[in-house]
Write a protein that binds this ligand. Structure first.
Ligand SMILES: Cc1ncc(COP(=O)(O)O)c(C=O)c1O
Length: 464
């Protein structure tokens, strides 16, 4: 039967739409009459209000906001690569396929895994892909395991991805900032599919029981998943593959340099041990007699998880970055760890509490609770001192947490300036802190109001 139009309803909808447009339409555009000089000054000023790794220190914990060498941008803009269409015949894009193939091998070498897919476009996307691989693996074995275990220090995307992949999530507490072995043993069962872990964890602490953790997980027939957001701490020093992890995701946009502040393009490749390779997304890029080709013949594959082959420009930058660093990748991690411990000691001496005090890896967490100051106020005041604030209120297990990741790029002078700023801030009168930032174009925003009364359209903004 043909659908009949309800003409009256259509007219009503049209009228409502017109009413909506009425409200937001500007009758006359107030374009200022200005000289080019003024326009240029205005826009240059606006561009200078932006803050990024190219303008200053950006110690946003867990995000690895390292400097992105400009040569990588130049390489990514190379027109021989830029003008390639992803639907071109594989015979004509041998260079691109070679890059994909070689980058997979490099990531295998760095992580100690056997095979990689470069398709996922973010860390969280990698998590979902990895967990779908785990699901496919157990389905193939005829096992109906439905639980994923995460520690309470995990990044929020871990439990979210597990849920999206169809698992139930079990959270376990930490002990002294690390996995509580007793708690882990008590929840591991024949229902456990995966234990997800970040190592070093989100407190910047290396899980020293990792070998035992891997043994316990495997004893139950479950898989060990590595959230590689913190790989910047261990490159060239140790490998998740050697620690016993079966599935790994990396954040190329963090560890391997791609500007990603403000939600820029990402890449979350997933690596697996050989027994899981058959489940990787299609197509796989393979090589035979010096020729590269797409292989779709993988009946157990979880299918495609991305458009074409992932965010190719991010892959290219990572490929070039790894070649550029070569054997010096190890120095990247060593310097990142050194910077983190140096800054942690300075802040501890300044009076901030370091929960579960001890050596840290590439990042650390301090708390402002002992000083009776809110982490939020310190973060806002740091803006006045010209610094991007650290991550705050994460991980959730530390009250008034500030999670600081200086990365390998920070000089001693930068670290000293940052710690001096915090030292001054924590001695400032409460009134100044509560009203910070004072020198920014946007002052303190009312967070409760933002959460309760979201303004989602320009029209509502006008009314507010
Ligand atoms: C520990 C950890 N895991 C996972 C993620 C998710 O990565 P992405 O933001 O690329 O999705 C992050 C992001 O900050 C993270 O810090």
């Amino acid at each position: 039967m043909m659908a009949r139009y309800d003409e009256k309803l259509l007219i009503e909808i049209e009228e409502r739409e017109e009413e909506k447009i009425e409200g937001i339409e500007r009758k006359e555009l107030k374009i200022p009459n200005l000289a080019e000089r003024e326009v240029i000054r205005h826009f240059i000023h606006l561009s200078q209000m932006n803050y990024g790794v190219d303008t200053g220190f950006y110690p946003l914990g867990s995000c690895t906001m390292k400097y992105n060498p400009k040569i990588l941008e130049k390489i990514a803009r190379n027109e021989k690569i830029n003008y390639v269409h992803p639907l071109q015949n594989e015979k004509n894009i041998q260079g691109c396929l070679e890059i994909i193939h070689k980058l997979e091998k490099m990531l295998c070498e760095i992580t100690g895994m056997d095979a990689f897919t470069l398709q996922p476009c973010a860390g969280a996307h990698g998590e979902l892909t990895g967990l779908l691989i785990a699901r496919a693996y157990f389905e193939k074995k005829g096992e109906r395991r439905k639980e994923v275990i995460v520690p309470d220090s995990a990044h929020g995307t871990n439990p979210a991805s597990a849920k999206m992949a169809g698992f139930d999530v079990i959270e376990i507490p930490s002990k002294q900032g690390m996995v509580d072995m007793e708690a882990l043993r008590s929840v591991l069962s024949d229902d456990t599919a995966v234990f997800m872990l970040t190592n070093p964890n989100t407190l910047g602490i290396f899980e020293k029981n990792i070998v035992e953790i891997a043994r316990e997980v495997k004893k139950k027939g479950a898989l060990l998943y590595y959230d590689g957001a913190n790989l910047n701490a261990i490159m060239g020093i140790t490998k998740p593959g050697a620690m016993g992890f079966d599935i790994v995701h990396l954040n190329l946009h963090k560890t391997f340099a791609t500007p990603h502040g403000g939600g820029g393009p990402g890449s979350g490749p997933v690596g697996v041990k050989s027994f899981l390779e058959r489940f990787l997304p299609v197509p796989r890029v393979r090589e035979k007699n010096g020729k590269y080709f797409f292989d779709y013949e993988m009946p157990d594959s979880i299918g495609k998880v991305s458009y074409f082959y992932g965010n190719f420009s991010v892959l290219l930058k990572a490929y070039a970055y790894i070649i550029m660093k070569g054997k010096k990748l190890e120095e990247v991690s060593k310097k990142a760890v050194l910077n983190s411990n140096y800054l942690m000691e300075k802040l501890r001496k300044a009076g901030l509490e370091v929960p579960f005090y001890g050596r840290r890896m590439h990042e650390f967490v301090v708390s402002t609770k002992n000083l009776n100051i809110r982490a939020m106020d310190v973060a806002k005041r740091l803006l006045d001192y010209g610094f991007h604030p650290p991550t705050i209120y994460f991980p959730l297990i530390v009250e008034e947490a500030m999670m600081i990741e200086p990365t390998e790029d920070a000089t001693k002078e930068t670290l000293d300036n940052f710690s001096n700023a915090i030292e001054k801030i924590i001695k400032e009168p409460a009134e100044i802190l509560k009203n910070a930032p004072q020198n920014m174009p946007v002052k303190r925003v009312d967070e409760a109001k933002i959460a309760k009364k979201m303004i989602l359209s320009w029209k509502d903004l006008k009314k507010s």
